[in-house]
Design a protein around this ligand. Structure first.
Ligand code: GLU
Length: 482
């Protein structure tokens, strides 16, 4: 191999840390280690409205938990920093200027109204190419320069005809018809770059030799390859990993599988078991062994041997493997794992103040506090009745709980009692439920009991993953009641 191997992951901090990020990180980490290279963490936070500090912190934390350490990144620094795209705006602007000067990019002043009209016309005509019609591409540079003060974006001038041939390590050459590809926006009207521009510029400047990422980015590859050409840069090797799938073969999604790494951590999966399982997604050891360590994987990984079958992320198989890892620990190690999580002082010190007032003997602790330690709580008939406020139907309640979860709790990253309270209170108004009705229903859903410690403190200590899982389950149980 001629270049030093440098790989990276480039997550966008827009939500809970995703299992797909761990999957890509694992292969990038291992490949860099196989070749004595470097593994880099870059934060792609150019989407100003969706990027979030809490999400970034959770990505670091989850990757640390998994033991996938990086050689360069926003927190550890390195020679190619800054490693957070929001701190690199000037670099992108300079690069866009270069492209404009060389005729590979152009400012576009079209208003949203005009773009909507173009799209509507294309759709009405049944046109196969739906996208920007190139209106501003024809503008003379001198005219464009006169309008510099007006709001505008900058677009990449894609070739109009012929094919763009890209090369993926696992798929070989793939030809895309140039006519079907839009003149991609590179710089938005707020002066921030789009993913495509920032990603390519950074991969080049950070001297990334191999881009190993999820299959969903394959369709962006012709735009990226065109950008490399326009800059006159040598592209890295591209390797798009197979998509992780739910059991029904659809793309992995939170409706069918937990996708947050926080879920797996809270539920007590061992990081080494999760990594082992993720390594099996598209990869098999030369001797077909299913159990192996990160260190072994990082010694033996060959990208060319990854298979594209669409691996199924099967929770049952992961749990089975996790059980094997648990049995492989000594009892003392097992105790240490429990103490690092559910039975650790950190967690117990959050739980105890909520229980102290309500117990009379120490052994009451186990009885009363059970719901703080188990995964799912059981809803007996009594509890199910309390889940549904008087005068409401189980179906209504299920719907309300589901809306609360999907639209209000799921996007919440700052899982604190005050935030939870204000969200639940304003949701009451929107749903037309009284606080008494909603709070009781949520209380029973997350604790399995009609009487519990203060609801919002309890939810905060239980954490988002546990609350989410129990509310979803309660809504499911209610839906099946006739
Ligand atoms: N920011 C992209 C993401 O969130 C990075 C994709 C890539 O690796 O190029 O996945």
């Amino acid at each position: 191999m001629s270049r030093t191997v440098r790989t990276r992951i480039a997550p966008s901090p827009t939500g809970d840390p995703h299992v797909g990020t761990a999957y890509a990180a694992l292969f990038n980490y291992a490949f860099a280690h196989t070749h004595g290279g470097q593994f880099i963490l870059r934060i792609e936070d150019t989407d100003r409205t969706r990027s979030n500090q809490a999400s970034e912190a959770m990505i670091f934390e989850a990757l640390h938990w998994l033991g996938l350490t990086w050689d360069e990144g926003p927190d550890v620094g390195g020679p190619c920093g800054p490693y957070r795209q929001s701190e690199r705006s000037e670099i992108y602007r300079e690069h866009v200027k270069r492209l404009i000067n060389a005729g590979h990019a152009y400012p576009c002043f079209c208003s949203k109204e005009r773009l909507d009209k173009v799209r509507a016309r294309q759709q009405a005509e049944g046109s196969t190419t739906v996208g920007y019609d190139g209106h501003c591409r024809a503008m003379a540079p001198a005219d464009a320069a006169l309008r510099r003060g007006e709001p505008h974006v900058v677009r990449l001038a894609m070739p109009r005809e012929g094919q763009i041939v890209v090369k993926d390590l696992l798929r070989g050459e793939i030809a895309f018809e140039a006519a079907g590809i839009d003149d991609q926006v590179l710089l938005k009207s707020d002066g921030f770059p789009t993913y495509h521009l920032a990603n390519v510029v950074d991969d080049h400047l950070m001297e990334i030799s191999h881009v190993i990422r999820a299959e969903e980015w394959l369709s962006s590859l012709p735009k990226h390859v065109q950008l490399y050409r326009a800059f006159g840069w040598e592209p890295p090797v591209f390797c798009h990993l197979p998509l992780l799938r739910n059991a029904d073969r659809s793309k992995i999604s939170k409706r069918k599988n937990p996708v947050s790494l926080n879920y797996y951590r809270r539920a007590g999966y061992l990081p080494e078991a999760l990594l082992n399982y993720l390594a099996l997604m598209g990869w098999a050891m030369p001797d077909e062994r299913e159990e192996f360590s990160l260190e072994e994987f990082a010694r033996l990984l060959e990208l060319e041997r990854i298979t594209l079958g669409g691996p199924i992320f099967d929770l049952e198989k992961l749990s089975w493997l996790n059980g094997k890892y648990i049995r492989g620990l000594t009892v003392v190690q097992l105790l240490e794992r429990l103490r690092a999580g559910l039975l650790g002082d950190d967690y117990l010190l959050q739980v105890l103040p909520l229980i102290q007032e309500r117990i009379e003997t120490l052994e009451d602790f186990l009885d009363y506090g059970r719901f703080f330690f188990v995964g799912d709580v059981a809803y007996d008939d009594q509890a199910l009745k309390k889940l549904v406020p008087k005068g409401r139907t189980p179906q209504d309640t299920a719907k309300v709980l589901k809306t609360l979860l999907d639209e209000h709790l799921d996007p919440l990253l700052d899982w604190q009692p005050e935030r939870l309270e204000s969200i639940l209170r304003s949701f009451c108004e929107a749903a037309g439920w009284s606080p008494n009705e909603l709070f009781m229903s949520v209380r029973v859903a997350v604790t399995g009991r009609a009487a519990s410690p203060p609801l919002f403190d309890t939810m905060a200590v239980l954490g988002k993953e546990v609350c989410r899982r129990r509310i979803r389950r309660a809504a499911g149980a209610l839906k099946s009641i006739k």
